[in-house]
Design a protein around this ligand. Structure first.
Ligand code: FE2
Length: 169
C-alpha cells in the first residue's frame, strides 16, 4: 500500500528519471557532434540506465497497487562548449537526483513504509555509484585540460561502456 503522498512523490520521481534520460541523450548528441564517439556512447548508456531507473519505479508503484502516471517534461540543456561543462552539468544533475531520492526516503521512513524503504535503498546505493563515477570523470577531465591525446585516450576508454540491466548482472 502507498499513501497518496508517497504515490505522488514516486510518480514525480518516475518523471524525473525519464527526464534524466533526455538530459544525458542531449549530452551524448553534443559529444557526437564533437566527434567524441566514446563520450557519446558513455552518455547513451547513462540514458539507458535512467530509463531503467524509471521503469523499476514504475513497476514498483504497480506492484504496490498504485497507479503510475506519466508526465511530460521540459527541454534538457542542449548547448555545451566543452566536455568539462558536460560533466560538470552531469554531476550537478546527479546531486539533484541524490537530494530527491533522500527526500523520497524521508517520506517513506516517516510513514514507516518499510517496503518502500527497502525499495529505495537500491536507489540510495545507485546514487553513491553515480556520484562517484561523475566526480571521478570530471576530475580526470580537469586534469587532462587541453591535451587532445589524453582526451582521445579517455574517449577510447568510454567507448567500451555497455548497458547491463542490473538484474542480469
Ligand atoms: Fe537515475
Amino acid at each position: 500500500m502507498l499513501s497518496q503522498k508517497l504515490l505522488d512523490a514516486l510518480n514525480q520521481q518516475v518523471k524525473f528519471e525519464f527526464s534524466s534520460a533526455n538530459y544525458y541523450l542531449a549530452m551524448a548528441a553534443y559529444c557526437k557532434s564533437e566527434d567524441l564517439d566514446g563520450f557519446a556512447n558513455f552518455f547513451v548508456v547513462q540514458a539507458e540506465e535512467e530509463k531503467f531507473h524509471a521503469m523499476k519505479m514504475f513497476n514498483f508503484i504497480n506492484e504496490l497497487g498504485g497507479r503510475a502516471l506519466i508526465y511530460g517534461f521540459e527541454d534538457p540543456k542542449n548547448d555545451f562548449t566543452s566536455v568539462e561543462e558536460v560533466f560538470q552539468t552531469a554531476l550537478d544533475h546527479e546531486k539533484i537526483v541524490t537530494d530527491r531520492i533522500n527526500q523520497l526516503m524521508d517520506i517513506a521512513v516517516n510513514e514507516k513504509n518499510y517496503a518502500c524503504v527497502s525499495f529505495l535503498n537500491w536507489y540510495v546505493d545507485e546514487q553513491v555509484e553515480e556520484m562517484s563515477m561523475m566526480t571521478g570523470l570530471l576530475n580526470k577531465i580537469k586534469r587532462i585540460g587541453e591535451s587532445s591525446h589524453a582526451i582521445y585516450m579517455l574517449d577510447a576508454e568510454l567507448a567500451t561502456r555497455t548497458f547491463t540491466p542490473p538484474a542480469a548482472e
